[in-house]
Design a protein around this ligand. Structure first.
Ligand code: ZN
Length: 331
C-alpha cells in the first residue's frame, strides 16, 4: 500500500490549545490520538504545525511552548513514531513503516525580525520547516492579506532586509521555506533569493476556485520552475465558497488536485491535507463529503489510481515529491 505524507497538519496547535504542556502524559495521549486517526487513512507521517495566525497575539512565550512540546515528543519517540530532523531519518521512517513527523512553525511574527529565534528553534525544537509570515505582515515581509504585497499596489513590498537574511539563514541551516501565507511580492522575493527549493504546503487552484489565496496557473508554474512543491488542501474554504456545500466534496478536491498536477507536472505536487475538523465547529468549517478527516485520506489514492498513473507516479504525489524537496532544502 502506498503511504501518504501529509504536508500540513495543525497538530501542535491543537495540542497547545487543549492540553496543559506541563502534563506530558496528556500531551502524548492527544498526539497519539492524532497519529491513530491518520494511520487509519494510510497517512504515515505529517508536517506537525504550530501557528500564530493573523489577528492572534504572537509572543516569544509561544516559541518557548513550541520548544517544550517538541522536547516532550522527541524524548518519547519509540518504534511507533519518529520526529525527523534530517532527510535520511525521514526516508528511513517511510521505508520502515514508522510514523514520521517533521516540526514546522507557521508565522514567525513573535521573532520580530530577530534571527536568533530561527537558530534556537532549529537547535532546541528541531524545527525544519517554517513560514516567515501568516496572512498578516511582520518584520520579515508581507503576508497574503496585505494589499501592499501585490505587485500592482502603489507601494509594493515583499521581503524586508531581515526577511532576506532569514532566507539566507534558512538555506544555510537547512530549514525548508513554506510560502503558503506569503504575499505575491514576498513569494517573488523568496524565489529570487532562495538557493534551495521552497514549498506551499497547503493551497489549491485559483483556476478551479479563487478564494484569494489559492494559486493561479502562472503562480503554480513559477513554483514548479524553481524546483518547488505545492500541496493540495482539503479545507472547504479552499475548495469552494464556504456556503457552496454542494462543492465541499471529495470530487471537488480531486478536481483541484488534477488541475494542479496538469499545470505543475507530476514532480511538483503533493498532499497538504490540512484537515481542520479538530480545530473548528462544523458551522465554521463544514465537513467535506468523503474527506471528513484524516482517516478518510486513503480514498484520495484510490481516486488517483483511476487516472491511469503508475504506482511510482502515485508515490510521487503521495510522498516522494516531498521527500525530494525536503532533502534538497535541508541536506
Ligand atoms: Zn495555514
Amino acid at each position: 500500500m502506498v503511504p501518504i505524507f501529509d504536508m500540513h497538519a495543525d497538530i501542535i496547535m491543537d495540542i497547545l490549545r487543549r492540553e496543559d504542556i506541563s502534563d506530558e502524559n496528556s500531551v502524548l495521549l492527544r498526539f497519539k490520538q492524532h497519529i491513530d486517526r491518520m494511520k487509519r487513512g494510510v497517512v504515515q507521517g505529517a508536517v506537525l504545525v504550530d501557528c500564530r495566525m493573523a489577528g492572534e497575539s504572537a509572543e516569544t512565550k509561544n516559541f518557548e511552548e513550541f520548544i517544550a512540546i517538541s522536547k516532550i515528543l522527541r524524548s518519547h519517540q519509540d518504534e511507533s513514531y519518529l520526529i525527523a530532523t534530517s532527510s535520511e531519518e525521514f526516508d528511513n521512517s517511510i521505508r520502515d513503516g514508522r510514523w514520521v513527523g517533521i516540526l514546522c512553525y507557521e508565522g514567525l511574527r513573535a521573532a520580530n525580525g530577530n534571527l536568533l529565534w530561527l537558530k534556537r528553534l532549529y537547535k532546541e525544537a528541531g524545527l525544519r520547516i517554517a513560514m516567515l509570515t501568516h496572512n498578516d505582515s511582520n518584520a520579515f515581509g508581507t503576508g497574503a492579506a496585505d494589499p501592499n504585497g501585490n505587485p500592482g499596489s502603489k507601494n509594493p513590498l515583499g521581503l524586508t532586509e531581515a526577511g532576506q537574511k532569514a532566507v539566507e539563514l534558512m538555506n544555510e541551516m537547512g530549514i525548508l521555506i513554506d510560502l503558503s501565507h506569503a504575499s505575491p511580492m514576498t513569494r517573488r522575493d523568496v524565489l529570487s533569493y532562495s538557493k534551495k527549493p521552497v514549498m506551499l504546503s497547503h493551497t489549491s487552484s485559483a483556476e478551479v476556485y479563487d478564494n484569494g489565496r489559492n494559486l493561479s496557473d502562472k503562480d503554480i508554474r513559477e513554483i514548479a520552475e524553481h524546483g518547488g512543491l505545492i500541496g493540495c488542501m482539503t479545507s472547504p474554504a479552499a475548495l469552494a465558497d464556504i456556503r457552496d456545500r454542494a462543492n465541499h466534496t471529495l470530487e471537488r478536491y480531486m478536481h483541484h488536485l488534477r488541475h494542479m498536477i496538469d499545470v505543475a507536472g507530476e514532480d511538483h505536487v503533493g498532499l497538504g491535507l490540512h484537515f481542520c475538523e479538530y480545530l473548528y465547529t462544523q458551522e465554521e468549517y463544514p465537513p467535506v463529503e468523503g474527506l471528513e478527516d484524516a482517516s478518510k485520506a486513503g480514498v484520495i489514492l484510490k481516486e488517483i489510481s483511476k487516472w491511469g498513473l503508475s504506482t511510482y507516479q502515485i508515490e510521487k504525489i503521495a510522498y516522494r515529491n516531498f521527500a525530494r524537496v525536503f532533502k534538497e532544502a535541508t541536506d
